[in-house]
Design a protein around this ligand. Structure first.
Ligand code: ADP
Ligand code: MG
Length: 348
């Protein structure tokens, strides 16, 4: 679907490794006060004073985590940064720096890597983080991109997965299932394109869910909102693998049970209509879809008045004693044991 729009194709070998690194990183500026030394020496130097530091990393492999036939490189660069920032925010921390490492085959031109880096730059600008280093090497098969994100949090303000207590509210930001349904639409259009390369897909009716898949956002705003509301969640995790598996992570690590209410799960109208079109159950999609990068948290009942009217936060259930188990309470008011069915790359 995505043609190589770049008329010009500069071979990577024309620049050499150092020329390439200089070219790709020339626009990165240091903005964070905690960055003492960014790109250009043997290692970056950071100073977080008294704050705690959080570090998280993700490795994305072409053909496993992304498909360049419908993922523009610019979006890939953006998404590779954003998914890591999401993990930083999920500790109730603020993200400050990333490193970006890539392995590329000679199939990629300089212009293609410029696209990738323009997405990385855009994410760095929007989320106000510094790109402080990385590594560049060759690959025999496709593209690999690894991002490490660094963040800071005032001591004792970090929030783990293990703090949920019986009676806490189970709360999620935004809405769920969009990224997965966006992927279904893109996969369908790819099949159509294979049969008829002249077909022009009309993605307009699916704009929200396609964007959820191709250009996800991390909920930096929700971390700020919680701070402004003076609410510290008792447990916090980002929704990367699907609601079910994230709830099970919190319950397992916190030693608690949970009731999740099917009729409370927030769904965008476009998710509902696309689920109908594809004949897929929208609850299954929200539970198992993944890649929504919303924040799932547990909040003490005491804080209920502070969050109840907030349009960014939906109460979807309650934490129970461990013995009660982890259940979905369906619209028909039957209880179904929750199972993790996150997309496991190793089982594909
Ligand atoms: P070294 O030989 O010490 O690994 P490099 O020549 O690989 O150093 O890197 C030079 C500088 O450029 C370092 O600051 C490194 O962190 C940075 N860098 C290298 N590759 C990338 C990349 N793909 N993205 C961002 N920074 C990079
Ligand atoms: Mg290096």
């Amino acid at each position: 679907m995505i043609e190589d729009k770049n008329q010009q194709r500069t071979q990577l070998s024309d620049l050499g490794e150092f020329g390439l690194i200089d070219h790709l990183t020339k626009n990165f500026k240091v903005e964070q006060t905690s960055t003492i030394k960014g790109i250009g020496d043997d290692a970056a130097v950071l100073d977080f004073k008294k704050n705690k530091i959080v570090v998280t990393t993700d490795l994305l492999v072409e053909g496993v985590h992304f498909d360049l036939s419908y993922m523009p490189l610019k979006h890939l660069g953006y998404k590779a940064v954003v998914v890591n920032l999401s993990d930083v925010y999920a500790m109730n921390a603020s993200a400050t720096q990333v490193t970006v490492s890539i392995a590329v085959s000679n199939r990629f031109s300089l212009e293609a890597l410029e696209e990738l880096y323009s997405g990385i730059e855009t994410a760095a600008r929007i989320y106000d983080i510094d790109v402080i280093g990385g590594d560049t090497t060759s690959s025999n098969s496709g593209l690999l991109i690894s991002v490490t994100a660094i963040g800071e949090v005032e001591t004792d303000n970090e929030v783990y997965r293990n703090g949920a207590k019986p009676n806490d509210l189970l709360v999620v930001s935004g809405d769920l299932g969009g990224a997965y349904m966006g992927l279904q639409v893109l996969e369908r259009e790819k099949e159509v394109y294979k049969v008829n390369p002249n077909s022009q897909p009309d993605l307009e009716p699916y704009s929200y869910i396609v964007e959820r898949q191709l250009k996800p956002e991390a909920r930096k705003d929700v971390i700020k909102l919680l701070k402004d509301l003076n609410v510290t969640p008792t447990a916090l995790i980002d929704v990367s693998d699907g609601l079910s598996s994230e709830i099970l992570h919190i319950c397992k690590q916190s030693n608690v049970g949970c009731d999740l209410y099917e009729n409370k799960i927030p769904l965008d109208p476009q998710v509902i209509s696309t689920c109908e079109e594809f004949n897929i159950d929208s609850t299954t999609v929200a539970l198992n879809g993944g890649e929504d990068y919303e924040l799932l948290m547990t909040i003490s009942q005491e804080d209920y008045p502070k969050i109840k009217a907030n349009p960014s936060l939906t109460i979807i259930g309650y934490i129970r004693e461990k013995d009660a188990g982890v259940h979905l309470v369906t619209r028909a008011e039957t209880k179904i044991k929750l199972k993790a069915q996150g997309w496991k790359n190793f089982n594909d």
